[in-house]
Structure formats: C-alpha cells, structure tokens
Design a protein around this ligand. Structure first.
Ligand code: UT7
Length: 323
C-alpha cells in the first residue's frame, strides 16, 4: 500500500525575541507568573517585513533543502494557518508563487492550533488517493498581529513562527513497521466556539479582530480531549503508549502537556517540549517542535512519533507516523 513518508523538515522563526521580562512594567505580570503557569520563557515576534507567507516560505525552503528537493518536485502545498496574509487568495498560493512554483495546486486549512495535524492527515489522503505524490505541509502563523496587547491573560501566551514537512508517496507493507503516516484521528465541536475565538471577520464586522480566550475553560477541556483522540489513534494502529519513541504535542502550556503525558502513561523523556522557547505558535507549534527534535538528533529514521493538537473551535486531533 501507498504510505506518506517524511522526506524533509524545516522551520523559520522571526528575528526578534521577546522575553517574559519584556512584559514587566508594561503589563501587570511577571516572568515568574508566566513561567510557572505556562512554562513559556520567551517567544519570537514578527517584524513588519515578516509575514505568514514569508515565514512559511522560509520554512518550506529549509524543508526542501533538508529533503534534497526543489519546488519542481512538489505537487501540492497545504498551509495550516489562522493568520493568512489576506482574507484571500489563500496564503498557500502566495507561498507557491514565492517558491517560483507554477504547477500543481495549493490551499489553506483553518483549524487554528490543530491546523498542522489536520493538514498532515489531509495531505496523507491526497497522497493515498493519488492526487499528489509529494506534498509540502506548512504551519505558519503571525498571532502577534491578532493579539490584544493590553490583555495580559492572552498576549503573553502566543508567538510567531513556521514549520514545514515534505510527505512523499512510497510503497509500504501495510503494517505498523512501515515508515510514514500510520493512523490519524480528527475531532471538532463548535459548541465550544466562544471559548477561544477572534472577535472579527470579513462576513461579520468587516475587520480582522483580536483573539479572545477563556483560558481556564480551555484548560479544563484540553487534557480530556487530547487523551481521548490519542487513545482512538492508538487503538486504530493497535499500539500502546509504550511503543512510542516520541510524543510531539501542541505547545500551548507545559502543564497541559505534562498532564496529558501522565494520563496516557508516556514517559517524560519521550516528550518534546519547546513551549519555553516559542510560546504558543498555533498551527506552527507542532512542526517547530518536531524540527527542534530532529535537528538535535532525538527523532531518528524509524522512530514512532505521535503528533497531537487542540485549539479554537474546539478542534483537536492526533497523527501517528514512523519517521
Ligand atoms: O492553543 C490552545 C489554546 N490555548 C490553551 O491551551 C490555553 C489554555 N489555558 C491556559 O493555558 C491557562 O488557563 C492560562 C495560562 C491561560 C491561565 O492559567 P490559569 O492557571 O488557568 O490561571 P487563571 O486563568 O485561573 O488565572 C489566575 C489568575 C487570575 O487572577 P484572579 O482572578 O485569580 O485574581 C488572572 O487574572 O491569574 C491572573 N492572570 C495573570 N496574572 C499575571 C492572568 N494572566 C496573568 C498574567 N500575569 N499574564
């Protein structure tokens, strides 16, 4: 059977780093509060010349270099983002143009923080369905542009960045020993739409709007939703937490990550954590974390890796793949 196998990975971060201490004196907050409640120490913030498209392009070029491929080798670009350069055209198409790619097709996916997990699952279906052989899956965000910088309960949590993965059609045996995407489980429930949202849009206010979140409410649901969808993915693949080599969760809050890993019985040393460095970068958080763990030699060819995310909507999901 056809499997969607990882050929390359890349990432890009804005030049400017903002530390927790940079908020002190501006807002009623502290490095201690932010670090203790979230695990975040710093985040990257896009300058005027850095956009979702430019960061996405940089991550895509890094992934192409890593794979030893060129844009000519790609059939499809799926960009996960909730902060597109424009309402339309899709920022994926802008990235396609920036890469000098005038063949194939490109589109955006919008599932907020779960966007990258949705995009990997979608790319896998396009590959297995025969519509594309090589897919560039990108998560790129500039959440700094939709933050209320006077709201200490949200603005300290998010950051900007991008990560990209190249998936390629390869023959597999149809067993769990295959490389590539092995199982995926996606969920959403709009009953929670008012707990994490942006208060503007083209069809309502005609403005871009700013991020609003009932943090405690999101927190309350997060661990249960994450562990449910992961258990569904495990049973689809016929594995247990012990079989995993790496758990690469959405990087929103270290306490959510720790509680989810504990509930699932995943050992601490298998959990990739980058929320301290990047904050919550929404759809970019999983590929950014994955890129760090690949670059430092933790994630190696043949490792069994679990990706997971949860965010606005609510949306949530998990993907199991062998690197
Ligand atoms: O990407 C997926 C979506 N996002 C998430 O997963 C985020 C989920 N939620 C969270 O991570 C946590 O709920 C937060 C980090 C947002 C907040 O942590 P918490 O432990 O749930 O705190 P809280 O909301 O219960 O607030 C505790 C106190 C409040 O003061 P009072 O009402 O107890 O007097 C807040 O006003 O902390 C206050 N507070 C702050 N204090 C200092 C809120 N933000 C700050 C701040 N600095 N930045």
């Amino acid at each position: 059977m056809i499997r969607s196998v990882v050929r390359g990975i890349g990432s890009a971060l804005p030049r400017r780093i903002m530390k927790n201490t940079d908020f002190e004196g501006v807002l009623e907050t502290s490095d201690e509060w932010i670090a203790q409640r979230t695990g975040i120490r710093q985040r990257h913030i896009a300058s005027d010349d850095e956009t979702t498209a430019s960061l996405g392009e940089a991550a895509a070029r890094a992934a192409l270099d890593n794979a030893g491929l060129t844009p000519a080798d790609i059939d499809l670009i799926v960009l996960a983002t909730s902060t597109p350069n424009n309402t339309f055209p899709a920022t994926a198409v802008e990235i396609q143009n920036r890469l000098g790619m005038h063949h194939g097709f490109a589109f955006d996916m919008q599932a907020v923080c779960s966007g990258f997990v949705y995009a990997v699952a979608t790319a896998d279906l396009y590959i297995r369905g025969g519509l594309a052989r090589r897919v560039l899956v990108i998560g790129s965000e500039t959440f700094s542009r939709i933050l209320d910088w006077t709201d200490r309960s949200t603005c300290v949590l998010f950051g900007d960045g991008a990560g990209a993965l190249i998936l390629e059609a390869q023959e597999g045996e149809g067993t769990i020993a295959d490389r590539g995407v092995l199982a995926a489980s996606l969920r959403s429930d709009g009953v929670h739409k008012d707990k994490l949202y942006v208060d503007g849009g083209p069809s309502t206010t005609g403005t871009v709007g700013l991020l609003r979140m009932e943090g405690r409410e999101v927190f309350k649901h997060a661990v249960g939703m994450i562990t449910d969808v992961i258990e569904a993915t495990f049973s689809q693949a016929g594995i247990t937490a012990e079989d995993l080599d790496w758990f690469v969760p959405h990087q929103a809050n270290k306490r959510i990550i720790d509680a989810s890993a504990r509930k699932l019985g995943i050992a601490d040393e298998k959990v990739v954590v980058t929320v301290n460095l990047h904050g919550n970068t929404s759809a970019a958080s999983v590929p950014l974390a994955l890129a760090v763990a690949v670059a430092d030699g933790r994630v190696k060819k043949g490792d069994l890796v679990l990706l997971e995310a949860m965010g606005g909507g609510f949306t949530w999901g998990a993907v199991l793949l062998r690197w």
